[in-house]
Design a binder for this molecule. Structure first.
Ligand SMILES: *[C@@H]1O[C@H](CO)[C@@H](O)[C@H](O)[C@H]1NC(C)=O
Length: 263
């Protein structure tokens, strides 16, 4: 017993000598929870907000209405820097690799299809959010609808590339958006402006869909697509509510969005 303790002590001393700081960090870095007022509060904004982003991307955070005030600069830097572009490029590459594998193994059926969401998936509204607090302010439907009418949201570059590559593989492209039917023209004009073309369908909310959650509305439309004979191989969206609910695509691809949550 005494021998074991001595060994343990020696090990600790050796570790401390080798790299004093990490060992101390490991010991003192355990979150204290209560005193931090919500977890992670004792960390720098950069570390905390990275953890917060992981939490919202995985869905751990559950429904939320605004980004934490201390993460405003983090979200701005994420969206305007290279990380947003890079994260979406990795998601797009995984999507393409899956699509190619699925088709080559005969998993696409007679009418293989891919469902894309529009906002923060094919198009980025970063120019709107840049002048509207990056998700720190309450959603303003009036000003967002005005922005939609301008029809100048740029493409998310990784998604445009994926869109063209999937089309090249012969996959039918279906656009399924939470936007409403009255926004069809502006949406089409914007998609063409951003470089998208030849989609098979652009599905928008009809009057009976108003008030439905995105999960319900989008699941119903996926069911209708399957009833029409489409095999939904993949589904790309920036919200879990674009992807969850039955029927689901063979594989779903979650794109990053640290700015807002839709249930
Ligand atoms: C379609 O939408 C664009 C962009 O909002 C607008 O400039 C154009 O006038 C609209 N066209 C029609 C026919 O409504």
């Amino acid at each position: 017993m005494r021998c074991l303790l001595l060994l343990l002590l020696l090990l600790v001393v050796a570790l401390l000598a080798a790299d004093a700081e990490p060992v101390l960090l490991t010991v003192t870095g355990v979150p204290t929870g209560v005193s931090s007022g919500g977890g992670g509060g004792e960390y720098s904004d950069e570390l905390y907000c990275d953890g917060w982003r992981l939490s919202v991307e995985t869905g751990n955070a559950g429904p939320w209405t605004a980004i934490p005030p201390r993460c405003l600069e983090f979200v701005r830097a994420y969206m305007e820097g290279e990380r947003y572009a890079s994260d979406s490029a990795v998601a797009a590459a995984d999507s393409l690799a899956f699509a190619a594998r699925a088709l080559s193994s005969g998993g696409g059926g007679a009418r293989p299809a891919w469902v894309f969401d529009v906002d923060e998936t094919l198009l980025t509204n970063a120019p709107y959010y840049a002048v509207n607090g990056w998700g720190s302010l309450e959603f303003n439907e009036t000003s967002f609808d005005e922005w939609v009418d301008v029809a100048k949201a740029p493409a998310l570059p990784a998604s445009l590339k994926l869109y063209n590559e999937l089309q090249g593989l012969g996959i039918h492209i279906i656009l399924l958006t939470g936007r409403s039917e009255f926004q069809r023209n502006a949406t089409q004009v914007n998609l063409l402006f951003a470089g998208y073309h030849s989609w098979e369908k652009l599905i928008l909310r009809q009057s009976p869909d108003i008030g439905k959650t995105a999960v319900q509305y989008k699941s119903e439309r996926r069911a209708a697509l399957e009833a029409e004979g489409f095999k939904i191989l993949g589904n790309s969206g920036d919200q879990w509510s674009d992807l969850l609910g039955l029927p689901m695509a063979t594989r779903s691809f979650k794109l990053p969005n640290p700015m807002y949550f839709i249930s």
